[in-house]
Write a protein that binds this ligand. Structure first.
Ligand SMILES: [Zn+2]
Ligand SMILES: [Zn+2]
Length: 576
């Protein structure tokens, strides 16, 4: 199996680190680090250079001795010196290099004196106070190590935003599809289900018989690779530079549907489907649906569902949150699509904290096929983001009128994103709020009130008849800020009573209303505004993310007000 430059670099890097931990001559250590750096920066594949019998010493930083070692790696897949070092001390010692305050010399001391070989053992030793007792360490450096270990754990747990993973998923799909012999390619996993965050990417492919090796060889040299974790005949794993792990599996054509179902998950959904199979005397796994030894379904996902008496279930719904029972009764909702959307109800221009002008935003929205766009600048309290005073709101409305006079077949709505103040009043006088086409009202400050107080604050604000839409209801920022402590169910009920619309904010780190509550709202008949909260023209395109979130929330076209033509939309709003 051909070895990739990145794997060669990894071996050289590890040898350097291991030699350093062992206390070797710094010049020797540096030679390996330097060679690793050269290999990393090379645009040619070393495998090819070696096959062409090229002289590797032509690269500055690779001496004659090192060239021989690199050849050895290419020819044998490893380096005898590396194997010897690995036999002498555990490779897990290298994990400790992630702790910024630990260099090779300190790691060697911890290893030799305490027998610590892994990050876990390091934590135990620090918790027990053993590190502080080593010479050259103290209480302070021990605490330092513990803090670093916490951060390392946190980083390992944090998942990438769906929208950050998407470009990699699409690029990989495209790349794999172009490999000779490939037939089908799909990204499965939580990415396909549209989860807000993605842990890793699971890609499935089918190819013509005999082309498996070609596909895997192409996969492990994808341009953005940091590390190749495994390179096999039907399964390979890589880590991209961004830290995302990607697994590629080649599955037989007849199993593609079963495999896609299996690897799309969720686990809870799969268990429920398998249980239905068991009740019928079938066995369901990633290769198909089996009755005794006979495969009775699995070529398509639809066939898997049909074998257990279900209609096809969209990936976004596969969380075992009622979709199985609903599919049994054939009552699954027809989920909203991008083409259903006729306008956007939350956008900023450069008048507050956005980037575009009114006209630019209007043109960009029109280009998306929209009929209307609500311009919702911030109100005065949000001074940091250029909030508007009452007087300025009147100018804002006049400016919109002026732009609207120039637009054909498109309308900018005179709106504001009104701050909900701590006491539940709104940040602008009723006299001016009344003149708007609509008001989106949101909490921006004092998000840490106790639950009862916070809930009351929002409901009190909703008592104002000029409150049309509740903006980003929980104020969460995924991976950064927890949602406010609120009784969201109670708030949704209050919205129902007052004919208030609840926003599903499509910003990739908001996706707020969270999906479980979208379903609660829809079940109660509370309407949703699917809005991008765009701060630039490009941002209007985030509606795609919003659509996925809406689908995860079981929302149909009927549940969302901005699927309606403008005249109908106006009637649906509270002030209409
Ligand atoms: Zn806001
Ligand atoms: Zn906003």
């Amino acid at each position: 199996m051909a070895i990739h430059n990145n794997e060669i670099r990894d071996i050289l890097e590890k040898v350097a680190d291991l030699l350093e931990i062992r206390g070797e001559n710094p010049f020797r250590v540096r030679a390996y680090h330097e060679a690793a750096r050269v290999v990393e920066s090379m645009s040619e594949q070393i495998v090819r250079l070696v096959a062409d019998n090229q002289d590797l010493t032509q690269y500055r930083g690779i001496g004659k001795d090192m060239a021989g070692k690199i050849r050895e790696i290419v020819e044998t897949g490893t380096l005898s010196q590396f194997e010897a070092l690995r036999a002498e001390m555990p490779l897990t010692l290298l994990d400790m290099l992630q702790v910024p305050s630990l260099g090779p010399r300190k790691i060697s001391l911890i290893y030799n004196k305490l027998g610590v070989t892994t990050l876990e053992e390091l934590k135990d030793a620090a918790v027990q106070g053993k590190i502080a007792q080593l010479s050259g360490f103290g209480e302070k450096s021990q605490q330092n190590i513990l803090d670093s270990l916490d951060r390392i754990e946190e980083a390992e747990e944090s998942r990438m935003l769906w929208s950050d993973a998407e470009p990699f998923a699409r690029a990989l799909e495209k790349y794999i599809r172009k490999v000779e012999g490939v037939r089908q390619v799909r990204v499965a996993g939580s990415f396909r289900r549209g989860r807000e965050t993605v842990g890793d990417l699971d890609i499935l492919a089918t190819c013509l018989r005999g082309y498996e090796e070609k596909l895997m060889t192409a996969f492990v040299v994808f341009e953005d690779i940091k590390q190749v974790l495994a390179h096999g005949r039907t399964k390979s794993s890589i880590v991209l530079r961004c830290g995302l792990q990607v697994d590629l599996r080649i599955v037989p054509q007849v199993s593609f549907g079963a495999a896609l179902h299996y690897f799309t998950g969720s686990k809870a959904h799969n268990i429920a489907v398998r249980k239905l199979g068991t009740d019928l005397g079938y066995k369901i796994n990633e290769y198909g649906v089996y009755q005794e030894e006979k495969r009775i379904a699995g070529k398509t996902e639809k066939s898997v569902y049909e074998s257990v008496g279900l209609v096809y279930i969209e990936p976004e719904l596969r969380e075992n949150l009622g979709e199985i029972e609903t599919a049994e009764d054939n009552r699954l909702p027809v989920l909203v699509k991008r083409s259903d959307i006729r306008g956007d109800l939350h956008a900023h221009t450069r008048r507050s904290d956005g980037h575009g002008s009114l006209e630019e935003m209007a043109r960009a929205a029109k280009a998306l096929g929209y009929e209307y766009l609500a311009i919702t600048e911030h109100s005065q309290k949000v001074a940091m983001a250029g909030g508007l005073s009452e007087k300025q709101v009147r100018v804002h409305m006049e400016n919109i009128d002026r732009v609207n006079a120039k637009l054909k077949g498109f309308c900018l709505l005179k709106a504001m994103e009104v701050d909900i103040l701590a006491d539940g009043s709104l940040d602008l006088a009723d006299s001016v709020l009344r003149e708007l086409d609509m008001a989106v009202c949101s909490v921006h400050y004092q998000q840490r009130l106790p639950m009862k107080k916070q809930t009351e604050r929002i409901i009190r604000a909703m008592d104002n008849p000029n409150f049309d839409i509740l903006g980003h209801p929980t104020a969460r920022l995924i991976n950064t800020r927890d949602p406010m402590e609120i009784d969201l169910e109670k708030i949704i009920e209050a919205a129902k009573e007052r004919n208030v619309v609840v926003e599903l904010n499509a910003q990739p780190d908001r996706l707020d209303l969270p999906h479980a509550y979208c379903k609660t709202a829809a079940d109660l008949g509370v309407k949703i505004a699917l809005s991008t909260d765009a701060h630039s023209m490009d941002n209007l395109g985030l509606i795609r993310n919003g659509i996925i979130a809406a689908r995860r929330g079981w929302l149909t076209r009927d549940d969302i007000i901005n699927t309606r033509p403008l005249s109908e939309l106006r009637k649906l709003l509270r002030r209409g």
